[in-house]
Design a protein around this ligand. Sequence first.
Ligand code: NAG
Ligand code: NAG
Ligand code: NAG
Ligand code: NAG
Ligand code: NAG
Ligand code: NAG
Ligand code: CU
Length: 607
Amino acid sequence: MRLPLLVAVCCTVWAFVVRPHCAEAKARHFKWEVSNMFWSPDGEEKVLIGINGQFPGPTIRARAGDTIHVELKNALHTEGVVIHWHGIRQIGTPWADGTAAISQCAINPEETFTYRFVVDKPGTYFYHGHYGMQRAAGLYGSLIVDVAEGEEEPFKYDGELNLLLSDWYHESIHTQMVALSSKPFRWIGEPQVPSHFVHPVFVMWQTVKMLDHDRIEFVAAWILSLLINGRGQFNCSLAAAHTPGTKQCVTVNRQCAPVVLPVQPNKTYRLRVASTTSLASLNLAVGNHKLTVVEADGNYVDPFVVDDIDIYSGDSYSVLLTTDQNPSSNYWVSVGVRGRQPKTAPALAVLNYRPNRASKMPSMAPPMTPAWNDYAHSKAFTYRIRGRAGTPPPPASADRRIELLNTQNRMDGHIKWSINNVSMVLPATPYLGSLKLGLKSTLAAARPAETFSRGYDVTRPPANPNTTVGGNVYVLRHNDTVDVVLQNANALAHNVSEVHPWHLHGHDFWVMGYGEGHYDHGRDAKTLNKVNPPLRNTAVIFPYGWTVLRFVADNPGVWAFHCHIEPHLHMGMGVIFAEAIERVGKVPREAVSCGATATALMNGAHL
Ligand SMILES: *[C@@H]1O[C@H](CO)[C@@H](O)[C@H](O)[C@H]1NC(C)=O
Ligand SMILES: *[C@@H]1O[C@H](CO)[C@@H](O)[C@H](O)[C@H]1NC(C)=O
Ligand SMILES: *[C@@H]1O[C@H](CO)[C@@H](O)[C@H](O)[C@H]1NC(C)=O
Ligand SMILES: *[C@@H]1O[C@H](CO)[C@@H](O)[C@H](O)[C@H]1NC(C)=O
Ligand SMILES: *[C@@H]1O[C@H](CO)[C@@H](O)[C@H](O)[C@H]1NC(C)=O
Ligand SMILES: *[C@@H]1O[C@H](CO)[C@@H](O)[C@H](O)[C@H]1NC(C)=O
Ligand SMILES: [Cu+2]
């Protein structure tokens, strides 16, 4: 309630005193209902979580400085729900971050909660469920913030195309969650197509007997499709549609038809690409067209030209594409898998140069995205991302360094991901309420470790893989400059180390540098980029590598910092930053009135 008022007051002051034309910040109201519904994202009918009967959810479009109000009604029958606004820093509104058990209580069925927050910075964002694995059940959509009225983007374009990338399992998230926490562990992997499939794709489900390394039991029969704007092709022959004279796929099953992106020749388009995948790391390429990267995670980057972009779960990019190819043809947009041996067919969309006529299948095969394990290609792309001139530089040094080793571990027969040997579990009472009220009983007594044993060999599985669970709450002092060293290592199986995209809530961080092997501060600190590191909210650690991030703890709240791969987070791969709680403003009662906080409030405590 207070925010729009503040904005309005500022605006009035500016209008009359400072600026002749007030950049009018608007309040934008949305009324949403979240419910389960039947849908066929890839041609097969399943139940997913939609918003107002749509999948993906409605796109929010606003201008920088606007206040968003989302009145969210939970119409799921038996589950709570929350929505996280990915990339929005929630400056001064940590209770609107939408993380269950962290920033708020899950909204009960039939109840309504209103999110109010300012979108302070232009960019390409999205929103998604942040309770259990609800994101993987389809609860997501785009959030696009344009520059404030009267301002201009630092690059020119004629039109925009929006691509929200995701992946889709045929098994329900309930089945997935049970599998991930089963004894023995059941991997929800993505077996799907023969290894030698050819484009265009005829995707057939196949039971693949997977390697049984280290006694992890793989369940073969899981199905995963890649989706573009909520649409993919499973067991659907694009080949038929591709044959001249037939439009079989398009007419037989509308869901099988690829997304069509209408363009005019000789124009420049801004492609906004965001990934909210559960599991898959992706690569996007457009046949015959170059891509100029200009934005990453709501921050401008020093422009560079590539043939394809990598995009990890939690990332967003803007790339400029010029329609300078022969306009009598159309072109494929391909989205393929990185970092895991793909058993999933690429997702396809059509760049349609004939926007006023029926779309025609491209005459060329879709571009092949790079091999899944071509890490040199991925690193070359990632290392090229720099802040655009004008990006604020990072503070010259840090006040605190937190080193986070991620390992795969065992606990009483379960498989977990751990950070410094502790696998994160969330409390019954959300942190924002319990910490604000100082309810010590709800907090784990132990302070999590700030580093790990020097001698730990990151190239081998843990010598003793036993782990424990804990809160992993790091208490940060207001205004401290914090360096986080993310250290990757070998998982439980020999010679396996995975890619993990880490996402920070409440902040952008500078990505200071990347390296191989064990981070050695004495040796590696001098290789960090202090000149033009990019600001982002998601950064990847490569297999057996490290990544160093820097941020200033200037946004009081309780913020999650975690691997954005949904099964990894579910298995404990995350930590919590409790930042200057004493400076958090008055927390709305409805955000945190549950568990021990509700009891304390009833007994007269004040938020
Ligand atoms: C694929 O589609 C065909 C034709 O519609 C159908 O006969 C077949 O059962 C489907 N396969 C799977 C695995 O769903
Ligand atoms: C696109 O621009 C080129 C060079 O300016 C020109 O030769 C060509 O005719 C244009 N094509 C279309 C379809 O306008
Ligand atoms: C690991 O934990 C299991 C119990 O889950 C125990 O039986 C085993 O001895 C532990 N191993 C080591 C090396 O501590
Ligand atoms: C992890 O914790 C277990 C106890 O649960 C311990 O035995 C093991 O040595 C620890 N590993 C590391 C790498 O610290
Ligand atoms: C925190 O940093 C900001 C920006 O540098 C400054 O304005 C503020 O006074 C600082 N607050 C404290 C308590 O140091
Ligand atoms: C480890 O795996 C990589 C592929 O990920 C392979 O190229 C390499 O040969 C393997 N090394 C060993 C020792 O098995
Ligand atoms: Cu991960």
